[in-house]
Design a protein around this ligand. Sequence first.
Ligand code: KG4
Ligand code: ZN
Length: 351
Amino acid sequence: MWAKIKHVWPNSNGFQIFMSVIILAIESSCDDTSAAIIRDGEVLSNCVANQEAHQQYGGVVPELASRAHQANIIPVVELALRKAGVTAKELSAIAFTRGPGLLGSLLVGTTFAKAMALSLNIPLIEADHMQSHVLAHFAEAPKPAFPFLCLTVSGGHTQIVLVKDFLDMEILGNTIDDAAGEAFDKTGKMLGLDYPAGPIIDRLAAQGAAVFPFPEPSVAGLNFSFSGLKTAVLYFLRDQKAINPNFIPENLANICASVQHTIVKVLLKKLRKAAHQTGIRQVAIAGGVSANSGLRNALKAMGEKEQWEVFIPAFEFCTDNAAMIGVTAYYKYLQGAFTGQDAAPYTRSGQ
Ligand code: KG4
Ligand code: ZN
C-alpha cells in the first residue's frame, strides 16, 4: 500500500513539486530513549533522555530500562517535534529501531512507532541499530564516500564493517566474546566505577599513564576478543591488592590509562589489517566507544601515518541516538522499503 507514496507530486499545471520527506525516528534499544526529526536526510532535532537508574547496578537492568522508556518516550518525541518546528501532521513516516537490543526496551519504541504511524496513516520504517551506527556518518558533513571501512564499537558489538552503499554492508570482523564497550564497563566495575564506566575511564585515563602492561589477545583474522583482558585485569588487581590494599585508589588513573591503551591498541591493529587487506583508505569509527578520546586521537595519528581519510562522528552521533535511525530510514524511504505492522523486535543481529 505504501509503495504508492512518492515525494514528488504533479501540481495543477503539471509541474513536479518536490515534497520534503520528514521522518520522526525513535531509538529505544538499550537504556537511552531518543527521538529525532530528519528532513530530506538532514537532522533537524535529536533529543536523548538518559536513564540514571542503572548507574548503581554496574549494568543496564532490563526491567528498569523498559519502564523508563515508557515514562520518557512521549516527552522526548514532543521535544523532538518542538525543537524541529514540525507538527505530527507534517510527518512522512515513522522510523524505529527493530533490533538488536533488549526486548523490553525495543518493544516500547516499536509499539509507540506502530501506533503513531497507524494513527497518522503514514508508513512505518524499521532500522537496524548497528547499521544505523555506521550511517550516523551521514547525519552531517563531512560524509564518507563509498566504499569505506567502519569500526563499529559499542556496548554490545565490536565490528569491522565494509560499507559498500547506504544499505549494503559486509561485516569483515566481529568479537568472539565481549564487546569493546563491555571491556570498558566490566573493568570499570572492578575498579568500583559507576555504569557506564567507558566515559569515566576515558576521563581518568587522561590524568594517568599506561604503565601497567596487559596482554593483547591473539585472535585470527579480523575478529576480536576482550574476555581475556577482563580476566587479566581481575587477577592483576587481586594480586596488587594483596600487596597494597589501597592499590586501586592510589593508581586509578594509571590503571584506567593502561586498560584504555590496551583496548585502543587491539582495535586499531585489526582496523589497520582490514585497511591493508581491502586497500581502502577511507576509515571511520562509530558507536558509543568511538566517543573515547584515546581511540579518537590514536585513529587520527594512525590515519596520518597510513595516509587514510579518517571520519570521526560528533559526540552526539557516537552514543545511542535517534538521528542515526532517521538517517537510515530516509534512505529506506527513498527505496520504498517500508515495514508492516506485524514486525516484531529482534534482540540479536541476524535474527
Ligand atoms: O552505542 P552505545 O551508546 O550503546 C550500545 O549500542 O551499546 O555504546 C555504549 C557503550 C558503553 O559500553 C559505554 O561505556 C561506551 O559505549 N562508551 C565509552 C565512551 N562513551 C561511551 N567507552 C569509552 N570511552 C567513552 N568516552
Ligand atoms: Zn548503540
